[in-house]
Each structure stands twice: as C-alpha cells, then as structure tokens.
Ligand binder design. Sequence first.
Ligand SMILES: Cc1cc2nc3c(=O)[nH]c(=O)nc-3n(C[C@H](O)[C@H](O)[C@H](O)COP(=O)(O)OP(=O)(O)OC[C@H]3O[C@@H](n4cnc5c(N)ncnc54)[C@H](O)[C@@H]3O)c2cc1C
Length: 538
Amino acid sequence: MKTYDAIVIGAGHNGLTNAAYLAKSGLDVLCLERNDYIGGATVTRNLYKDWYYSSCSYVCSLLRPEIYRDLELARHGLQITPYGGGTVFMENGDYLGSYPDPEVHHREYARFSLADADAYERYSADTMRQCRFVRDFLLSTPADPTSFKPKDLKELARLGNKFFEMSEQRMYDAIRFWTMSVAEYLDEYFETDVIKAALSGSGIIGTALGIHSPGTAYVLLHHYMGEVDGNMGAWGFARGGMGAVADALSNSFQSLGGELRTDAGVDQIVVKNGKVKGVALTSGEEIDARIVVSGMDVKRTFLKCMDKNDLDADFYHRIKHFKIRGSSGKVNIALDGMPTFPALPKKSPLLDGDMHFIDSMERMERAYDDWKEGTWSKDPYVDMVIPTSTDPTMAPPGKHFMSCFVQYCPAQIEGRAWTSEERDQFGQTVIDQIAGYSPDFKDLILHAEVRTAQDIEDQSGLTEGNIFHGELTMDQLMFNRPIPGYAQYRGPVAGLYMCGSSTHPGGGVMSAPGCNAAREILFDLKRPDVTPVNFSED
Ligand SMILES: Cc1cc2nc3c(=O)[nH]c(=O)nc-3n(C[C@H](O)[C@H](O)[C@H](O)COP(=O)(O)OP(=O)(O)OC[C@H]3O[C@@H](n4cnc5c(N)ncnc54)[C@H](O)[C@@H]3O)c2cc1C
C-alpha cells in the first residue's frame, strides 16, 4: 500500500494552504475533505440554479498578500474587489454613513458631533498602530516563552524589541488595548452613541462576548489588520463568492502535484507505537502517511478523531476546555431585485458597503443578553452586504444575493437542540429587522438559507459553529493558542501537526496558520523553507 509523505485533513482554506506549501517543497501530499465540496467556511454553494451563495464567510481582507502572490492565486482565478463604506440605519429614520474618503467621512460624523469627527483621525491612527504591531507576527511561529532554543529566543527578542521600540505611553496603551472591552476603548474617543455602536460591531463578530466584555477591543483589531490592494483595514469581495479563495488555493495545490479527495471524511487519526501512521476514513479505508496535518479545529481533531488513549491526560483536559463557543449565525437571501432603503439618498454608494440595524450601545449589549440566556438575539447585530451590487457573477442578471451575518446565535437553545420552527423564527427575526428599514425587501425574497451555529457545525465542521475555531481572547492567543506548550503547530504525537484556525494567529480567511504550520513541518523534515518568511509591508 502507498505511503504518502503527508496527509492534510480538511480542504478548508488553511488545509489547502498547508497542502500547497508541502507540495511546493516536493512532498507527496494528499488532502482529504469530508464534504463533496471544498472550502470549509470559505465556500461558495450553488444551491439553486444560477445562484452562488457565500454560505459562511462573505468578505475578504485578512488573506495574507505574501501568500496570495507566492501561491499565484490571481493566476489561479482569485480576484478581490475592494468595497467601501458602511451604514447604520437608525430607529429615528436617520442613518450614519461611513465613507472611504476621509473628508466625506469627517463631514458625516460632524453631522452628529464635531468632536467625534475630529476624534476619528486619532482613533484610526491609534488602532492602526496596534494593527501594525500584530501584523508583524502573523506569518511567524509564536515563540515558546519557556524555551531556551535559539529559534524561540530570537523570536522572543523580536517581540521584545518591537515592544520596546514604542514610547512609554504607547507601551501602556498597547497592554491596556489587548485586555480592555471595545466599549471602554471607544469611550476614550467618542461621545455619540450611534458612532460607538457602528464601530463596536467589529469587536463582537464571531465572539461569545459582549461589547462590555474585556478582550473585545482585540477582536476589533482582528477585523482591521487585513488589507486589499495594500490598503490596510480595507475589505473586499472575492469575485464569484468566497469559494473563489478555496478554489484558487486548490488549483495552486494541484498544479504543484498535490492530490485532493472530497467525500473522504476522516474517522480516526491512526497512531502506532506513539507515532502517527495515517488515517482511517469513515468508509473504513485506511491510508498511510509519514505525517498527518489537521486543518480541523482542535476539539474536532483531538476529541472526535483521536483515541483518548493516544493522548496525554493533561493535554486532553486542556483541549476539552479550549473555549470555542458558538455565537454566530448566517442568513443568505436571494432577491428578485435591489431592495430600497428610503433613509438613504438614491443610488447612495453606501448600498455597496455593509449595512447594520442597531444604533445604540444599549441595543448591542441587549443582543448579547439574549445569547447568555440561551437563545438568539431578538434584536440582533446583523452585518449585511449585497455583493452582487458590484459582482454580477453570483446571481442571474438583475437579481441580487444578500449575505447577513448574525450575532448572536447559540449552538443550542437553552441547552437543547434547535427545532426547525426555531430556525425559521431565527431567519424571520433577521428578515423583519431589515424590513423595518426597507419596505420592498420582503416582497423581493426568492429563497433563503438560514444557518444557525449548529447548522454551521453540521455542514461546515466548525465546532459549535465558532467562526474562528476558538475564541480570540488573550488566554488563547499567540503562544497560548490553542493551548500553552502546543502553539508551534506540532501535535502531542510524533508526526502529527495542526494547521487550522485554532492555531496562531487564529480565524478568518487569512491562510497564515496553514502557511506557518508548513514552515514548521519543513523544518522538522529538514527541507528548505518554501514559505514566505515573516511580514512584508506593501
Ligand atoms: C458564518 C461565518 C462567517 C464568516 N465570515 C467571515 C468573513 O466574512 N471573512 C473572514 O475573513 N472570515 C470569516 N469567517 C471566518 C473564516 O471563514 C474561518 O475562520 C476560516 O474559513 C476557517 O478556515 P480553516 O481552513 O481554518 O477551517 P475550516 O474552514 O473549518 O476548514 C476545515 C475543513 O475540514 C473539513 N473537515 C472537518 N472534519 C473533517 C473530517 N473528519 N475529515 C475530513 N475533513 C473534515 C471541513 O469540512 C472543512 O472543509 C466566517 C466564518 C463563518 C462560519
């Protein structure tokens, strides 16, 4: 029987990135995906004829440009178009716009408060400074602070140097920033409720925390540290939906000689004499490999696909307590035409950006209260976009695809499974909220896909539907991700590695975990490093 050099489990974007780099170094690589389609949470589904839904992720910014260039993703079909602006519709009939043009943006904020309009520049500069600090470490393996290996000492020194380059005040600011709540952070700059509500959304997306919870300021940063075409903080649409990212990675991987199998779910990672031997598929087939790399989240990898007896008890205990709570849902809607929003001027460019329907910090926090009580938010934070306003390939001519990311949506209702009636009600909550600002919206709906956090787990394989494969709190970041002692992509068994979003630097369509894991694997195999090293400022 053939023995592969490496098996990568899961054709999510990180699994594919990892597999592509291993294949690029000349290894014989097989990537196994349990679904009959690839992409994981980076997927475009053709559920209805001529309609292409970005079923999970819907916008792109975090994807590392070094990887985009290195794996030639443009040549393999990936095109990302930036979009600008955003809106918060207000209960009083007004709206708050945000615009890419700084002057227009200032004028808009000044409608509410001149002080806030002036403060925005300081807020942006301070937040971008925090981003720059973190970006330097996205494409590197976290140092183990307990290790005296030269590699770790060098990386720790790099971290220290970067920190000590700051002025005293900025050091204090950085430490406060990483631990404070997004509400406290925004309070230091702004006085207007709707402005704070608009900016606080990025602090809670994908997170089982509320705007007042410590650690949410960092989550905000996770949404600002990407770029499109070198514009830091910008977001864009992948032409054809987010599956275009996975398709390009898959094309790149296969062009480098890699082998991909769908409909090939792994039941168990096989371990023999303390070393990984390969995998057993749910079909019963066994495939051997010298190394196995898991692109699944760590709970799925170690608690579902491994024999507990192959794992150290302390390791097992820590993985069991890794925080990976489901807090997000998705409602994808096919529309017969472009809905109108009477609050906005006709043909407003804001229709091409993201739209939100919560206009106060009080409402933001109340949305979280519902989640804590074990149910979906009855007045949810919805991040809505209509990608077809700029990308005509996702729907038939004249029709539109609307993507609604919903915060909060639990994996279970009051500790038990969702019923199908509750799923419908969840979808209806989102539809009603939007319809409150768009009178013709409901009549335009042709079909919809409603996905609770549990549906996201069942269909896409993310435990509890947690979009980041685990909370992005300080106790689970950098050398603590996924757990202390295992942040360098190596598993607890010889020959076993992790490359999914549960590892540094976390979730989002970034490809960094997959790339970093490949670098460590090639190091262990004593092969030349073919990954892009560290961060390159464009
Ligand atoms: C609703 C939603 C909205 C999001 N929106 C955005 C966004 O707009 N922008 C953004 O940047 N990020 C977004 N994210 C986050 C981002 O999509 C994820 O963090 C990222 O895609 C995870 O990628 P991954 O490769 O690490 O893991 P995954 O995408 O989870 O891939 C893991 C793969 O493993 C497969 N698998 C699981 N079990 C097995 C098995 N036993 N055998 C074989 N294969 C298996 C799965 O099917 C999957 O293909 C969103 C996520 C969700 C869920």
